[in-house]
Design a protein. Structure first.
Length: 203
């Protein structure tokens, strides 16, 4: 057993659980879809489940296939969240959260939501999981998730009258928003296909 890997995913799971608990106090969101209309929260939830399954896999050898199927989606999504979030945050955070909401997220919670999950998932998959086998079905799952989230965001908009992220209101129509989601899925697929990086890190 690789104890470094085990400690990493345990720490990652603790961070995930902290983030999911603390976000309910930091951002009350009594609208349709609740916090689960945010990609960040969906990603952290996937990351938490993936880390939990990874712990079971490392300790018992069971559920490895389920873990790998889940992390193949969770890892690219968490990396995408980090890649998108921080540049937009420093450019204009109101594109992510409207100022009128009066939200004040602590740095600790911000890191637990938008950085630590990506680091843990990417390190676990690219550095420690040397036996991971990429599968075209994983790519299909990434695109399916992206389009499913696109429809989910539109459903939330139809109920709430505002977009989950103000950034989405900048697009002129659904076609542009759909193209943005497809582009995001493509970026996720590139992250998933990081074969050369995996080989380099495993040398």
């Amino acid at each position: 057993m690789n104890y470094s890997n085990l400690l990493l995913v345990i720490a990652g799971l603790c961070s995930n659980l902290y983030a999911l608990d603390a976000i309910n106090l930091a951002i009350p969101f009594p609208f349709f879809g609740g916090h689960f209309q945010f990609l960040t929260i969906l990603g952290v939830t996937l990351s938490a489940t993936s880390n939990f399954l990874r712990i079971i896999s490392l300790l018992t050898g069971y559920l490895t296939g389920v873990y790998e199927a889940l992390t193949s989606v969770a890892t690219p999504i968490e990396c995408l969240v980090s890649v998108f979030y921080w540049p937009i945050f420093f450019y204009n955070k109101e594109l992510l959260i409207p100022s009128e909401m009066g939200v004040n997220i602590s740095l600790t919670l911000d890191l637990a939501l938008h950085l630590i999950p990506a680091i843990v998932c990417a390190t676990d998959l690219l550095v420690f999981n040397k036996g991971f086998k990429r599968n075209p079905l994983h790519i299909l799952a990434i695109y399916t998730f992206a389009m499913g989230y696109y429809f989910w965001v539109n459903i939330c908009y139809s109920h709430n009258g505002f977009w989950t992220y103000p950034l989405l209101a900048l697009f002129k129509n659904d076609a542009q928003r759909g193209a943005f989601f497809i582009l995001s899925a493509w970026i996720c697929s590139l992250i998933y296909k990081a074969r050369k990086l995996t080989i380099f890190l495993n040398q």
